[in-house]
Design a protein around this ligand. Sequence first.
Ligand SMILES: *[C@@H]1O[C@H](CO)[C@@H](O)[C@H](O)[C@H]1NC(C)=O
Ligand SMILES: *[C@@H]1O[C@H](CO)[C@@H](O)[C@H](O)[C@H]1NC(C)=O
Length: 423
Amino acid sequence: MRSTWALLAGLTAVYGLPTIETYGNKFYDSNGKQFFIKGMSYQLRPNDPLIDSEQCARDVKLMEELGVNTIRVYHVDPKANHDGCMDVFDKAGIYVTLDMDTFPTFIKPYNSYWNTTQFEMYSAVMDTFIKYDNLMALYVGNEIIAKSDQSLSAPFIKAAVRDMKAYRDRKGYRKVPVGYTAADIAELRPMLQDYLTCGGNSSETVDFFGLNAYEWCTPNTYEASGYPVLQEMAEQFPVPIFFSETGCITGPEPRKWEDMDAIFSQPMVDDWSGAMVYEWIFEQNQYGIVSYGEPAELGVETGDVHDGFTRKGTPTPRQPDFDNLKTRWASITLSGTPKSEYDPSAVSTRACPTSTKGGWEVDGNVRLPALDETYAGSFTPSPTATSEPTAEEDEEDGAPARGALGVSALLIVVSSMVAMVWM
Ligand SMILES: *[C@@H]1O[C@H](CO)[C@@H](O)[C@H](O)[C@H]1NC(C)=O
Ligand SMILES: *[C@@H]1O[C@H](CO)[C@@H](O)[C@H](O)[C@H]1NC(C)=O
C-alpha cells in the first residue's frame, strides 16, 4: 500500500492539476486560464476529513456529478497522511483550500495575539500540503472578526499573513495564495477588505479575500439582495475576491441558488472569482446537501456518529437542493480573460481606513504586531506608513445601512451554529 501511495503521490507531482496563482484580481492556472470557484465546504467531522481516502472516493463521484471544482476544509491534521484523498480530488479536477489554523490555534478576536506556537502549526499545514498541485489556497483564519466590535484583531490577521507568506517564500515553495475568509458584517464593510489589502506593501497584504455571505435567500433577485452593495465594494478590488461560504436557508423553502447566476454574470463575474456553497454534509445546522443516513439520536457518539449525524458511508443527495445546484452550475459556462489578455494594472489599491467611533477601530496603516506580540491596548501608527494610495474616496460609507441588522443577526446565528457544532 505504502509504495502504491508513494507512486500516486509521485504521479500527482508530475501530472497533477495545473497549479493556481493570483494575478491582479484574478486566479490563473499555470496554463494562463482564469479560474473560477464552484466550491463546496467539506468537513464531515470536526477533525481532518482528508485522511479517509475511501470516504473521499465515495464523495468525489457525487461532487463530480454536481460540478464541484474546489472544496474548502476548515480543520486538518498536518501530521496525518493525505495522499489518498488529495489524489482522489486531483484526478476529479478538484482543488482544495484549507485553513491553516485549527481549534487550539486560531487567532482570538479579543486580546489578540500571534505567536510562535500558532506560526509553527500553520507552517506544518503548509509544509504538509504544498506538495499537492491541487492545493489551491490557504487561509490564516475564518471569521476571526465575527462581531462589529472585534476589528482590533485585524492587524494580527495581517501579521499572520505577513509571516506565512514570508515562510512560503523563504522555503522556496510555489506562491500558493494566502488569504482570509471574513464574516459578512455590514458595519465593517468595506473597511476590513480594504484594510487587509492596503498599505502598499504586498509582503503584508492578503493574496485574496473570501467573504462568507448569507444575504441571498431563495427567492431573491440581484436588485433585492445585498449583492449590488457587495459588488460596488469589489469593483477593481486589488486581489481576487470570492464567496467563501454562501447558501442561505430560510425554513423549509428549498434553495434555488439564483445567486450563482448573478455571481457568474456581469457585472459580478468581472470582479468575483466564484463561490463556495455551505455545505456538503447535512447536520444540525441543516445547510448540507448530502446525507449519510437518517439522523441519529442526539448525544449518541459512536464511531461514525457525531452530534446526531452519521458522517461516513454512501452519500445521498438531499433534493431538490442538490439537483437545483447541479442544474444551475451546469448552465454556467465560464471562459474568463486569458492571462495574456489581462491588464492587472487596472485594479485599484485602497486607502487604509481611518477609525470611526463604534465602527472600524484600527486607525490607518498601523505598525503590524511582531511575532509573539499580544494586543497591548493600542496600536502605534506605522513609522514607515506609506501615504494613502490612489483610492477613490469611499462612496460606500452610508451604503451598508440597508438590511444591516438582519444580516448581522443572521450571521451571528450562523456563526454560533457552526461554533456549536464544532467547538
Ligand atoms: C502562544 O499562546 C498560547 C495561548 O496563550 C500559549 O499556550 C502558547 O504557549 C504561546 N506560545 C508561545 C511560544 O508563547
Ligand atoms: C514590506 O514588508 C516586509 C514585511 O513586513 C518588510 O520586511 C519590508 O521592509 C517592507 N517593505 C517596505 C518597502 O517597507
